[in-house]
Design a binder for this molecule. Structure first.
Ligand code: ACO
Length: 277
């Protein structure tokens, strides 16, 4: 990652997000003008994710160049991501990263810290200053589904297969995916999807609001580029302010939202017509 800063001490251990380290983890990060692209790049293992993946995603978010307005998250190969690396379920775990057995032996505070670090890899994708787009083809299972849900928009190939597998494996989805899922599809459909761990394919994903657009696999990159260009056509600060308003809308009353709109607009008018805020 050409723009990454030097390794930092965070959460008690050093995290290195150089291009070489990202490659070891199975990630790529590229910035082209106002568009950043994160690619899960372990296609031979269907882009399975580890704690190192999430930690690196968090560091990418921490170091995102200010000029970036659109972040595309995609996966190399036939699957967006087959979810957490299944070695986590073995006693040996993932070398250097432990296993579910070792996580189970942590005290509550240590486990909370570990999980929170992982969750930070997902949460930054909702920042008001950016719009994140998941470009999803093939399987998006478990942590893969949750990574797609962490993005603001999902543009999918017609072979997409979303699956919240965690409950089938005795786990809960804990990588911040449950709220966006409920917000997108409603509680009943979210219960149906999660508690059956069934596969949601493209037609249904579009119909229930999980996907903004479905395209043929060969057209996915072009469709994402088109959406990025549309998003970049609006004013940067107005876009961020509008996203803040939209994100807050469900948690506010109409009266509170009216007031929030006024406050954001006052800022905009000052910035546009009074030489700064
Ligand atoms: N972790 C580690 N390795 C994986 C994972 C994974 N989650 N998923 C696939 N792989 C590996 C396979 O072991 C195989 O490796 P190998 O070539 O060394 O034998 C390779 O990726 C290709 O996998 P296939 O199963 O051969 O690929 P296929 O395209 O037929 O199937 C599918 C893809 C459906 C994604 C299948 O691999 C699968 O079901 N994976 C497991 C999904 C899962 O249960 N994930 C956990 C969800 S829960 C959570 O994320 C918290």
């Amino acid at each position: 990652m050409s723009e990454a800063k030097a390794p930092q001490q965070r959460g008690g251990y050093t995290e290195d997000v150089s291009a070489e380290r990202l490659a070891e983890i199975g990630l790529r990060f590229e910035v082209d003008g106002e568009i950043a692209t994160i690619t899960l790049d372990r296609p031979d293992k269907r882009n399975a994710q580890t704690f190192a993946t999430w930690s690196a995603l968090a560091r990418i978010g921490d170091n995102l160049p200010e000029r970036v307005r659109v972040v595309v998250v995609n996966g190399e190969g036939p699957s967006f991501s087959a979810g957490i690396d299944l070695r986590m379920f073995t006693p040996e775990g993932v070398p250097g990263q432990g296993s579910f057995s070792s996580a189970a032996r942590l005290d509550s505070a240590s486990f909370e810290e570990l999980l929170e670090q992982a969750q930070q890899g997902f949460l930054w994708l909702r920042r008001p200053e950016i719009v994140s787009i998941a470009a999803v083809r093939g399987h998006a299972i478990g942590a893969g589904f949750q990574l797609a849900l962490a993005c603001d928009l999902r543009i999918v190939a017609d072979d997409v297969k979303f699956c919240m597998k965690e409950p089938a494996l005795g786990l809960v989805p804990d990588l911040t995916g449950t709220k966006p899922l409920v917000d997108l599809v409603g509680l009943a459909k979210a219960i149906d999807i999660c508690l059956t761990a069934r596969v949601v394919e493209a037609d249904e994903a579009f119909r229930i609001g999980l996907a903004e657009r479905v395209v043929a696999g060969g057209d996915l990159a072009k469709a994402v580029q088109e959406k990025a260009a549309q998003l970049l056509s609006t004013n940067r600060d107005a876009a961020a302010a509008t996203k803040r308003l939209l994100q807050g809308a469900q948690g506010r009353t109409l009266e509170e939202q009216r007031a929030a709109e006024g406050a954001e607009q006052a800022e905009r008018l000052r910035a546009l017509f009074a030489g700064g805020s």
